[in-house]
Design a protein around this ligand. Structure first.
Ligand SMILES: [Zn+2]
Length: 298
């Protein structure tokens, strides 16, 4: 993985350099085996649709590997439905099998209903983003496992990864940095291994790539995205990157170098199966079940 050098490249060479960068990340972390069944999480946004386009190109060199896509319909009317249509069109164009799983189908209620319940609650609790993140991660894992996927590829960019690292420090939980990885470890047979092939690519490089390749993506922000701390960290890192090119990359590399030491410090949490749904969890009841219970759904 190389930092963004700012070299002036023509459109075609720029796109090639991004594809090579993704290829290098995949090889460096040995993300895929030659015959893996890879499922790509595609929301319809620029990062995930671009990831799908790049992986389709790379996969052509691996005839025994297979690629499919999954979208999670959280049930956010006027937002996610349009994004899923875009994801669908991209999959059709690339001839990639596409499946959609919904919160409503899996949990019996969608994000619009959850937000309604949150708003009715008197005391302050978790934000819509916290619910959505936990429930979406679970939905993706279940979909990938049931489809028999070996790997679940998500479109986390270099920006996402550095933001999460800084957020862990701000939250006073530096040991969590060890868990922000380009390729997650196998910790339970029910968890499909997650990989992040775009973790070395800047968000703005992804946007350029999508525009140059004329990739259709959904560019509307989620109506429930609030003034999360992540936004402040994003703005701070963007400002730093503008003034000191390469900052995001050096933060990422520094954390990579720290990770082995951090891994030795944290205790390995033993996973068991949730008493309600049977999914892997640290405690007796998993987070999605706790959240649904708190929403007075169960
Ligand atoms: Zn559960």
């Amino acid at each position: 993985m190389r930092p963004y050098s700012g070299e002036k490249l023509c459109g075609r060479c720029f796109c090639k350099s991004i594809e090579e960068k993704v290829h290098a990340t995949i090889s460096n972390y040995e993300m895929f085996k030659h015959d893996d069944r890879i499922m790509v999480a595609v929301s319809g946004g620029k990062d995930s649709v671009t990831l799908l386009h790049i992986l389709v190109k790379i996969e052509r060199d691996f005839p025994k590997a297979s690629l499919s896509a999954v979208s999670v319909d959280e049930g956010i009317r006027g937002y996610r439905d349009e994004a899923i249509r875009i994801a669908e069109r991209n999959c059709r164009k690339l001839d990639v099998e596409h499946m959609v799983v919904s919160f409503k189908g899996m949990y019996g209620l969608d994000m619009d209903e959850i937000v309604n319940k949150i708003q009715q609650r008197k005391e302050k609790g978790l934000t819509p983003c916290s619910y959505c993140g936990v429930l979406r991660r679970r939905a993706l894992n279940t979909a990938a496992r049931e489809a028999g996927a070996d790997k679940l590829a998500t479109a986390h960019s270099l920006d996402d990864e550095t933001q999460t690292m800084i957020l862990n420090i701000i939250h006073g939980d530096p040991l969590r940095i060890a868990r922000v990885k380009p390729m997650l470890a196998i910790i339970h047979p029910k968890l499909v291994r997650r990989v992040k092939p775009l973790c070395g690519v800047l968000e703005r490089e992804i946007v350029f790539y999508a525009y140059l390749r004329k990739i259709e993506f959904h560019g509307v922000p989620c109506p429930y995205a609030g003034a999360a701390l992540r936004n402040d960290v994003r703005n701070m890192l963007n400002r730093m990157e503008r003034r000191h090119a390469g900052t995001k990359y050096t933060i990422f590399r520094s954390m990579e170098r720290l990770r082995p030491a951090l891994e030795g410090l944290g205790k390995q949490e033993e996973l068991r199966e949730c008493e309600i749904c049977g999914e892997p969890t640290v405690g007796e009841i998993c987070k999605p079940c706790q959240m649904l219970k708190e929403s007075h759904v169960l």
